[in-house]
Design a binder for this molecule. Structure first.
Ligand code: WTA
Length: 676
């Protein structure tokens, strides 16, 4: 690692320091079959043609009623797409495929236990099941358009089925990552004021059938304390007909889905003709301040954008078997396991468990078994698979034509392993940069048009026009290789509509910084501020340098440092807490947690353990600190601000720079010694 360039730009953690790499060209074979090979697309999607260019994406969908206005900018930055249009996402992902594809597999479900049979849900079966669940949600729960429902489900086919059943009714789903705790779920139930919680009794992870229903009880109780009483808790069974949780059902509150569903067999529900701008789902994500933000995504614009990018960047054709090894609990899973691929009538793989279970050959056996030809995962998973089984891919007979990486920067060495071993030198790779807020890809190469460059995301995808500003709002010269804050000049249909119940934060965090005129109704005055650092190389490719705020990107998932800090402050003995990102070979970044204790208290293993437990309980195992270091005092400025920069340097064995201006410079060496 060379010297940290972050200091030039901001206090941001910069993730990549490597040089520009040589290009790798897509094969003739890939180009010959690709959906998008026409260079003219960039002209069609140029700023001059904005916003009408996005009609091309909307035309991939079936509309009950076409839109009157493609983009309404009358209340910036609350952009409204496809105004007047009516559409249903469930119809577009299911019903409309029946004519041609009813016997085709929509979802291949691969259970974690390898001896359990793979299930293949056809589009016809998906249609039947989505209708029955819709009927139940309406008939049994009284749910209707605009109501919110929290889902806390693992990676099972019932998850996309439930999402599509909600979408059919216009019920807004909010799926919480299954690895998150009951408390984290409660916070999201409360914020969204959900009427029901839909969960599962148990699921497999790392060889164990985990009790999941117990988290629903905590979620219910904690949400109630905060003033939101869930009307019902609906529990899917991992093995239908058998209850796999030790946690008892609460009479009158908890209901087994399969049992209730028997009263709704053969029922059909007409999809609700939703106004294009009505919300489809909420996806909570960590931000700079403690509270997670509910990113609200709309129906027509979102679906058009994920369908378009799935077709042109993922190169999905209806005959492809597509496997995105993300979790549906994150935005990647919503856009690129469920809505995008199913809108295009692809077969989408849902894998329940850990990629390395029972060994690092598992993903490649699945790929071979299902003849997967498009694969999508994160650098974290690639690093883990490379470490655990560098030669495993060569042992299996599968062939990918296309692979994606998403979520964090990928190191060129890891990229090459992905390309040479996993992709067998045949598959193109797209490195896709985007965020929960964005709905779909922002930067990526177009796979049959641009050569790949390891470590670089590529140019803006069609219709996305990035620009880099410095802190003071000056544009950093294009293609100069200088780092700044990446923004997008124009709105796009996939972008989130607001932060649920917090429109001010939406404006302040994403638009205020670079807005040229707050009174203007011209979108040109409202660039979207991504909160990421980036540079544009001479060839026009963007290299993403990571977050400029204090969010830690662990294994491709964003965790708010403030959330982790406030969890550790629940332990009575803790006076102050500071979390910093530490480099990790597998996960990219992991949290290091520094705590100081209240005066007179001595550090102990018991306190350390309780702090760690609190973080896991409040947020989930994904936030487990690499270390909990109990320090005599935090390094502080004279005004009392904790100097996270110094702690970050200590955690990463870097030079902490000039510490002479600290209020307590002597503590720096003391902490350094403790850590070792
Ligand atoms: C980071 C995930 C480098 C970035 C879809 C962004 C990336 C945050 C890339 C969003 C990439 C995502 N290269 N960094 N290809 N993709 N990031 O909301 O810092 O979970 O702001 O969305 O991940 O994470 P989120």
């Amino acid at each position: 690692m060379s010297q940290d360039r972050t200091t030039e730009v901001s206090e941001a953690e910069i993730a990549v320091h490597w040089q520009e790499e040589d290009y790798v060209k897509p094969s003739e074979k890939f180009i010959a079959q690709a959906n998008l090979t026409d260079q003219a697309v960039f002209e069609r999607f140029s700023l001059k043609k904005f916003p009408n260019c996005f009609k091309e994406y909307a035309d991939l969908l079936d509309w009950y009623k076409p839109w009157d206005v493609i983009l309404d900018t009358s209340n910036p930055p609350f952009w409204k797409w496809f105004i007047g249009g009516r559409i249903n996402a469930s119809y577009n992902c299911v019903d409309r495929h029946l004519a041609k594809h009813k016997n085709k597999t929509a979802i291949h479900f691969v259970p974690e236990p390898e001896h359990d049979a793979i299930q293949h849900v056809t589009y016809q079966e998906l249609y039947v099941r989505v209708n029955e669940v819709s009927a139940l949600l309406r008939g049994f729960c009284g749910l209707k358009k605009g109501d919110r429902v929290t889902l806390h489900m693992p990676m099972v086919p019932e998850l996309p089925i439930t999402m599509l059943a909600c979408a059919r009714l216009g019920v807004i789903h909010s799926q919480v990552f299954s690895g998150f705790s009951g408390k984290a779920t409660a916070d999201r139930v409360v914020d969204s004021e959900s009427r029901a919680l839909i969960t599962m009794d148990a699921y497999y992870r790392g060889g164990q059938l985990l009790d999941h229903k117990e988290k629903a009880d905590i979620a219910f109780t904690e949400a109630k304390k905060d003033g939101v009483t869930l009307e019902k808790v609906l529990v899917w069974q991992r093995y239908p007909g058998r209850y796999s949780s030790k946690t008892p059902l609460v009479e009158g509150r908890d209901f087994i889905m399969n049992e209730v569903l028997s009263g709704y067999r053969h029922r059909r529900i007409d999809p609700v003709k939703m106004p294009a701008e009505d919300p489809l789902f909420l996806m909570y994500t960590s931000g700079t301040t403690g509270k997670p933000k509910g990113c609200q995504h709309g129906t027509g614009g979102y679906l058009a954008y994920v369908a378009g990018t799935s077709k042109y960047i993922q190169d999905i054709h209806p005959e492809d078997v597509y496997w995105c090894m993300a979790d549906i609990g994150w935005i990647t899973g919503h856009s690129y396991i469920v809505y995008g691929p199913l809108a295009l009538a692809a077969s989408s793989v849902v894998y329940e468990g850990l990629p390395t279970h029972p060994d690092a050959g598992r993903p490649w056996r699945i790929a071979q078994e299902l003849d997967v030809n498009i694969f999508h995962t994160s650098p974290t998973a690639i690093r883990a698979l490379r470490r655990a089984g560098p030669d495993e891919p060569t042992k299996y007979h599968y062939h990918f034509k296309h692979m994606t990486t998403v979520g964090e920067p990928i190191e060129p060495a890891v990229w090459r392993w992905y390309h040479d071993l996993v992709g067998k030198g045949e598959a193109v790779i797209v490195d896709t940069w985007w965020q929960t807020e964005n709905g779909g890809f922002l930067c990526s190469t177009v796979p049959a048009i641009h050569p790949m460059k390891p470590g670089s995301a590529g140019p803006g995808v069609p219709g996305i026009h990035p620009i880099i500003y410095d802190e003071d709002g000056n544009e950093i010269p294009p293609r100069s290789g200088r780092a700044g804050n990446i923004c997008i000049q124009n709105p796009w249909p996939g972008t989130f509509q607001t932060i649920w119940k917090n429109p001010d934060r939406y404006v302040e965090q994403y638009y205020a910084k670079y807005c040229k005129n707050r009174k203007s109704r011209d979108w040109r005055d409202w660039p979207y501020f991504a909160n990421d650092g980036a540079l544009q190389a001479a060839d026009g490719y963007y290299r993403i340098l990571g977050r400029i705020d204090d969010v830690i990107n662990v294994a491709g998932h964003r965790l708010g440092t403030k959330e982790i800090e406030s969890a550790s402050l629940l332990i009575e003995e803790v006076a102050e807490a500071a979390v910093v990102p530490a480099r990790d070979e597998i996960k990219g970044r992991v949290p290091d947690l520094y705590v100081s204790l209240k005066p007179g208290l001595a550090p102990s293993e018991d306190i350390r353990r309780r702090v760690e437990d609190a973080v896991i309980r409040e947020i989930g195992p994904i936030a487990r600190p690499r270390r909990v270091v109990m320090v005599p005092d935090m390094p502080k400025t004279r005004s009392g601000k904790i100097m996270r920069r110094v702690l970050r340097a200590i955690s990463n064995d870097e030079d902490a720079g000039d510490v002479s201006t600290l209020a307590n410079p002597e503590v720096v060496d003391e902490i350094r010694r403790m850590k070792v």
